[in-house]
Structures are given as C-alpha cells and as structure tokens.
Design a protein around this ligand. Structure first.
Ligand SMILES: NC(=O)c1ccc[n+]([C@@H]2O[C@H](COP(=O)([O-])OP(=O)(O)OC[C@H]3O[C@@H](n4cnc5c(N)ncnc54)[C@H](O)[C@@H]3O)[C@@H](O)[C@H]2O)c1
Length: 319
C-alpha cells in the first residue's frame, strides 16, 4: 500500500521504516529540511537499535523516501499517518497545534488533487491525542475539501530504546474506527507484525484515543505507588527489593515497572499524565486514588530506601 507518515520524529521514523520493511511504499514527511536532507543521505537524528539498518535497507530498495513536500506525499498515498508532536500546553492539556496544522494541510492537498475525480484517503492519528481529536481532524479536513476520507485512531505504544522491536512485535495494535472496510485495510497493514498471535484490537474512536492515555496513566501510577511503598519499607525496616520481587511474581501484578527510583520521566509519561488529568477535570471526573491524578511523581525513592536495587534509580519512561 502507498502510505505517507507526516512528522518524521521518533515515532514517525520508526513507523515509516518498519512499514517499508514489510513491503509497503512509504514516504516520510517533515517540515525540518535539515532532518530530511540527513535522512535522504541515510543519517539518522536518533539512535535506536536496528533502525539505521532498516532505513538504509529500505531506502536502497526504494520502498522508503523522505520529503518536505506534504501535498505530493498525501496525493500519492491511500493511508496518511499524522505523527507530529503533542507537547503539554500551559494548562497541561495536549497542544494540538501541529496535529491540526497537518490536518488542514492534508485537506488542502486532497482538494488540489485534480484530474482523477474524487480520491478517497484514510487519515490515521498516530500522535497521542485527547478524546475527540479524530472528529476535530475530520472537521479541519472537511473545511478544505469534499473529497471522501475516514479518520482512524491508531495510538503508538513503543518505548524509546526498544522502539523497532516494540513496533515489530507489539503486545497489541489498537485501531479506532467505526467502518468495517477501514478496519480491514488497517488490519492488512498491520498483519505482518502480529504473526505471533498478539491481537489487532478494533474499537470505537474514543476508546482507542483513551486507551493510550489510560496505559500511560496506569504505568505512571504504578511507578509512583512503588516509590511510596519503598518509602514505607524504609521506615518499617523492610527491604523494598524483596517486596518488589514478592509482589512482582504475582501474575495479577507482574514484574515490569516496579523498581523504586527517581520517578517517571521521558518524553511521554509526564505530558500524558498531565493531559489525561486535564481531560478528567474538564469532564468533571476529578479522580481519587487510584487514578490519573494519583500519579504523583514528586514522591521519589532515595537510594538508601532499599538495601538492594535502588541503584536502578533511573527515570522510568515509556512511549
Ligand atoms: N517518543 C515516543 O516514545 C512516543 C511513543 C508513543 C507515542 N508518542 C507520541 O507520538 C507523537 C510524536 O512523538 P515523537 O516523539 O515522534 O515527536 P518528535 O518531536 O520526535 O517528532 C515530531 C516531528 O514532527 C515534525 N513536525 C511538526 N510539525 C510538522 C508539520 N506541520 N508537518 C510535518 N512535520 C511536522 C517535527 O519537525 C518533528 O520532526 C506524540 O504525540 C507523542 O506523544 C511518542
């Protein structure tokens, strides 16, 4: 399939390279001319295990291209991913400026595609965006064109440091759409990545949008709670590391994201926790423990908190 990925940052580059590697025809677009020039020459702005090789291989095979020409990329593609940044705004909500600017540009590009009648496109929200964004993206496109299109929500769960592996072997793929034909096309795109039997989950748009924030909020709460537990351990003479092992072996709990440390960080957890808390406030759902607002990252765990492994007092981050 012909696919454009708009926003060639951490997520866009990984998505583009991995989809190209399964035989799709991918063009990755960015406004950053220097970044695109480097990528065309096979120079990557980030390090991720396996990514450079994937990019070089697929550039050489002509399945992957980089461009600053959004209109041309959209006009040649059936599926168009929006993968631009959604940083925190001043009030903690997600800043949607880049996403909405891209939506408008996509609409203009579709409108300018002449000579072939009305051309159908699928627009995929890959960026982490608040509930209701798919509707706003559709509205922004509709303001520019009456060509037919569908908007899909397809949040990304990759972790920095293991991005290629996470994308190639996802625990699940979440796709939000109300249209069974769109669901089939998206399934076709992702089938090579779920050969081990992990599910492609088709759901409504709002649930897909919410799933990404719920996952990051849940993980952030877990990290914060483990730090609180480690602090109590110190006061009562318990070994936080033994307690971690003791609870982690419970299948209902599991062992990931249970090391006490300096709290969560990275490019996504803090902003996504702020954004879901903001959404909760907006809809009158101020949460009590356990919930998004309980992901209090100020209670960290000092290295003396556990006799063992708090040397792993590194920031825990996720996508
Ligand atoms: N980084 C992660 O680990 C991760 C994981 C999962 C989800 N996400 C989400 O994915 C989204 C993208 O994150 P990222 O880390 O890749 O961001 P990033 O900042 O690394 O990359 C964003 C890219 O978009 C480009 N851009 C901005 N406006 C543009 C426009 N109008 N047209 C074309 N390109 C434009 C920027 O130049 C930049 O290269 C965010 O919503 C983020 O929350 C990130």
């Amino acid at each position: 399939m012909k696919v454009s990925v708009i926003g060639t940052g951490y997520v866009g580059l990984v998505v583009g390279a991995c989809l190209a590697d399964t035989g799709h025809d991918i063009v990755c677009v960015d406004v950053d001319e220097e970044k695109i020039a480097d990528l065309c020459a096979g120079r990557l702005p980030i390090y991720e295990p396996g990514l450079e090789e994937l990019v070089r291989l697929n550039l050489k095979a002509d399945r992957l291209a980089f461009s600053t020409d959004l209109a041309a990329a959209v006009q040649q593609s059936l599926i168009n991913f929006i993968a631009v940044g959604t940083p925190s705004d001043e009030d903690g909500s997600a800043d949607m400026r880049h996403v909405m600017a891209v939506a408008t540009s996509i609409g203009k590009a579709m409108e300018a595609q002449s000579g072939e009648g009305k051309v159908y496109k699928i627009i995929v929200d890959k960026s982490t965006v608040p509930v209701g964004t798919a509707g706003k993206v559709a509205e922004a496109i509709r303001e520019q064109t009456d060509h037919p299109f569908d908007v899909v929500s397809n949040p990304e769960f990759l972790k920095e440091g293991a991005a290629v592996n996470d994308f190639m072997s996802p625990d699940r793929v979440v796709i939000g759409t109300d249209d069974p034909r769109v669901a089939e096309l998206m399934k076709e795109l992702y089938t090579p990545f779920v050969r081990t039997g992990n599910p492609i989950m088709i759901m409504d748009l709002a649930s897909a949008e919410m799933t990404k924030y719920a996952a990051n909020a849940m993980l952030a709460v877990r990290i914060s709670l483990m730090n609180e537990i480690a602090n109590v351990c110190e006061q009562v003479g318990a070994d936080a590391d033994m307690v971690r092992r003791g609870i982690g072996s419970d299948r209902r709990i599991g062992s990931s994201f249970l090391f006490p440390g300096i709290g969560y960080g990275g490019s996504c957890f803090p902003k996504d926790v702020r954004a879901i808390s903001n959404t909760a406030r907006q809809v009158g759902c101020q949460t009590s423990h356990p919930g998004p607002s309980s992901a209090d990252n100020s209670r960290t765990c000092s290295p003396r908190n556990s006799s063992a492994n708090v040397s792993s007092a590194v920031t825990t981050s996720g996508g």
